[in-house]
Design a protein around this ligand. Sequence first.
Ligand SMILES: [Zn+2]
Length: 345
Amino acid sequence: MRIQALLVVTALSAGSTAHALNQSKHFDVTVQSCGAAGLPYAFCQRVGTEVYNVDANEFDDLSAHSQIPVGSTACDAANSSLWRVFWLGGQLREAAITIGYSASRSGNDTVAQHLGRALHTVQDNCAHSGMPNPQHAWHSLSDVCQGTTESPDLNPAAFACARSETDSVFSAFIDVLHDNGGDFAELANVTTDNDKHWPAYSSVCEFLGSASDWKGEDRRWDNAIVRPALTAQLVQGLSGADASQYTRVCGDDSDGVLLSYSEPDRDTDGGPQSCLKIHAFCLGKADSAVSEAPPYETDPVAPEDTVAPVVVTGGCQVGGSSPSSATALLLVAAAIALFLRTKAS
Ligand SMILES: [Zn+2]
């Protein structure tokens, strides 16, 4: 019975989903860095909200979260994240030039959105280093159900890394704004609703279900290589480089040199941990439009609204799965419930 349940979970979790550095941590790091750079409070709140909402709006695009999709090589995945921030850097440059020429609220909002989407990827890389979802989900389930702190999103070193890289990006952004006649004070004119969103239930439960796919192999990439490359590509795009100047971090489609620091393989023969908290979150929520903090969220402050996330699309996106159906979600929940019953027996 237990094997059957796990197989159902495995079959239903084949899609790509993601989660990230704690959403509140994304917000805090961004707002603090932005304020330290001397930018207006309202603008910093706006950028922080944009960074926060990438986990709701772009949950399924693993390049946004610096992760390796199942079936992809580390090299291809790293290049996808590099391309994303390079492309967003170019978009940010255009938006900064536009507001330098003629400041407007909508122009400032656009700047904040491009900045937020790019910063999220850079910050997530500090935590994830490419970690695929099955491995990440395994650690998150262990944290929720066993009280461990294995999730890469809880690593203090990741916070310091995220702050440092975010400082570098704001510095480069300010240079471009300055060079193009932007008035820093004008940036305070932004939309101020700052609604924050959790990811959809279906996405979170698919992500957690993917833990049963993990074979115990650590598949993070080497951030001594990828971390500087990611920020450099964002700054390149922001500085006006055209597509021909985009630089891949590795040239072939293998794992290359990227997987150079791996922990010993974990014994996953017993299957992933699950528990009542996971069961309660995933079961019976398919028809609910009300958002709730994911069970692994360590700072579950209620968002300011409860509407479903909006899927953001952009020219930089390289793939991602479609949202799950309510039926699939219920089947995942049922499988988890069955798994729990059989595990207890
Ligand atoms: Zn993320």
